[in-house]
Design a protein around this ligand. Structure first.
Ligand SMILES: Nc1ncnc2c1ncn2[C@@H]1O[C@H](COP(=O)(O)OP(=O)(O)OP(=O)(O)O)[C@@H](O)[C@H]1O
Ligand SMILES: [Mg+2]
Length: 365
């Protein structure tokens, strides 16, 4: 049985704003689901509906097969970690972590055992008597996580729990969360606007835009098989380059572009031979060496960013601006555009009307 099911969920706030349209997902026990999308796309609204903090306007929400729409938050077997952690300033780390169980009047010895166990999981054994104001941001975040661990809820919901942390701590916390997820037997639903967090931690990613699900898939799928131009542009950094052109005699032609199309792609773009088509090229699919499927391209470098093991080139190609991400680990490789190629074997084509990626028969099947 599915741990969590959202079926045809709509959310219209009082006042008429529709924040979520027809949201559907079936979550297995133990998954790490990440909802990702730009600000205002409805991520927190979905999470708050799961938590029971927001009413569901239409559709069904099930936990272990039971309809939850009208069930009180405390009876849903879930725990939520908020962006600001919502810790109690007058309570110690120990008391904060045990709070949800204290109000359930848990036996003192069981409570103690749970808190000590959680403290060791989130590595706060040494800080149990401290107060939140005397903790770093990362430690506060771990108290909030520890509280969720103590609650033993089946589903742990997290709304941007890392956004208050500095860059280094965010990276460490990503790994700590992944580890925590592996150690616990819980289902995580996690909200972020950061595509890196989504790619690094999720077992499955839900990409949202303007209240609608754009794609649900593994990190590999949303990166390598984006459903549409939105997903292609949102997942991956720097974003995918989009070039609108035409197909002529098996080649992709646009201002500054004349590229042979490999057979596997040519086979699926036949119906676009008359109209415009959009080529999607990731920055890392620009190469500075010749190989099978690498098509030469003439580009002017407007500016460059050197990043040690790779470099970003901001290119002018015909009337298009593109970003290339070149690895610098090949002998003699320079971050210039004197010899530049596009690896067409990894390119995507999109329908300019629907913005959907054009798929092969195998993928459609
Ligand atoms: N209480 C509310 N009343 C009315 N509209 C709301 C309310 N809360 C959110 N909204 C609207 O619903 C939409 C989705 O908001 P939501 O908070 O779910 O977005 P989000 O994806 O979490 O964004 P962010 O990344 O900025 O947190 C937005 O247009 C927002 O303005
Ligand atoms: Mg939000």
């Amino acid at each position: 049985m599915h741990e969590l099911v959202l079926k045809n969920i709509d959310k219209i706030y009082p006042g008429g704003v529709q924040a979520v349209y027809d949201f559907n997902i079936e979550v297995e026990h133990g998954e790490f689901i990440v909802l990702v999308g730009p600000s205002g796309c409805g991520k927190s609204t979905v999470l708050r509906m799961i938590a029971g903090l927001e009413e569901i306007t239409a559709g069904d929400m099930l936990i272990k097969g039971e309809r939850m729409n009208q069930v009180a938050p405390a009876d849903r077997d879930i725990s939520m970690v908020f962006q600001n952690y919502a810790l109690y300033g007058h309570m110690s780390v120990y008391q904060n972590m045990g709070f949800s169980r204290t109000i359930r009047h848990e036996a003192i010895d069981i409570l103690h055992e749970k808190v000590m166990e959680a403290a060791s999981v989130v590595q706060l054994d040494e800080q149990l008597n401290r107060y939140p104001k005397n903790l770093s941001g990362g430690q506060r975040q771990r108290v909030a996580l520890g509280r969720s661990v103590v609650s033993s809820a089946n589903i742990i919901l997290m709304d941007e729990p890392l956004s208050n942390l500095d860059a280094k701590l965010r990276v460490e916390s990503r790994r700590a969360l992944t580890k925590l997820h592996q150690e616990l037997d819980n289902t995580f639903v996690y909200v972020t606007h950061d595509q890196t967090e989504a790619l690094t931690m999720a077992t499955r990613i839900v990409v949202m835009s303007e209240g609608r699900v754009q794609q649900i898939g593994t990190p590999y799928e949303v990166y390598h098989q984006p459903e549409n131009m939105f997903v292609g542009g949102f997942i991956g950094s720097p974003p995918m380059n989009f070039i609108t052109g035409n197909i002529e005699n098996g080649r992709f032609i646009a201002d500054g572009f004349d590229l042979a199309i490999p057979d596997h792609l040519l086979a699926i773009v036949g119906s676009f031979s008359r109209g415009p088509i959009v080529l999607g090229v990731r920055p890392e699919h620009f190469k500075n060496w010749a190989a099978e499927g690498h098509e030469p391209i003439k580009a002017e470098v407007a500016s460059r960013e050197y990043l040690g093991n790779h470099a970003l080139l901001y290119l002018k190609i015909g009337s298009f601006q593109c970003i290339a991400n070149l690895r610098l680990d090949r002998a003699g490789a320079e971050a210039d555009a004197s010899e530049l190629y596009i690896d067409m074997s990894t390119a995507h084509f999109f329908d300019p009307q629907t913005e959907m990626r054009i798929k092969s028969q195998e993928e459609m099947a």
